[in-house]
Write a protein that binds this ligand. Sequence first.
Ligand code: DQA
Length: 149
Amino acid sequence: MSRAKNRIAVLHGVNFDVLEKRDPDLYGGLSLNELEYRIGGWAGELGFEPIFFQSNSEAEFCGYLHRVGESADAAIVNAGAWTHYSRAIGDALAVDPVPTVEVHLSDVENREEWRKVSVFDGLVEAKISGKGVEGYHDALRLLAERLGL
Ligand code: DQA
């Protein structure tokens, strides 16, 4: 019997390990563990098996994306500041074979000019920003529909 296609990788990039120390007005004041707990709850309700990954190393982040298809059927990526300039991560996303949604906690369209740029445009299925933690819920729903869960 074939395996259910329900594994989702949730990737957090640079500075997410100190999320609770970052501006609570922008990022909600949650720790990464608390954020992952919320995401994990929603993922389970939708029938996903979540796998979490965080790194401050761009090389490690690219390496994880190179292999994401081996461990997951879909992905959610919040690459933090890398989103705005890392062509290397963009190139790694181009070889990521699973449907992937970009999420940002804050409203990157209405902050500094440089945050309006995402070098991942055209490489992800959707971009969700400015909805706080709820943005991950939206991304999970979108991907659950995409995978037919
Ligand atoms: C962020 C937005 C980025 O501009 C910023 O560098 C982050 C977090 C967000 O989730 O709102 O680190 O990706």
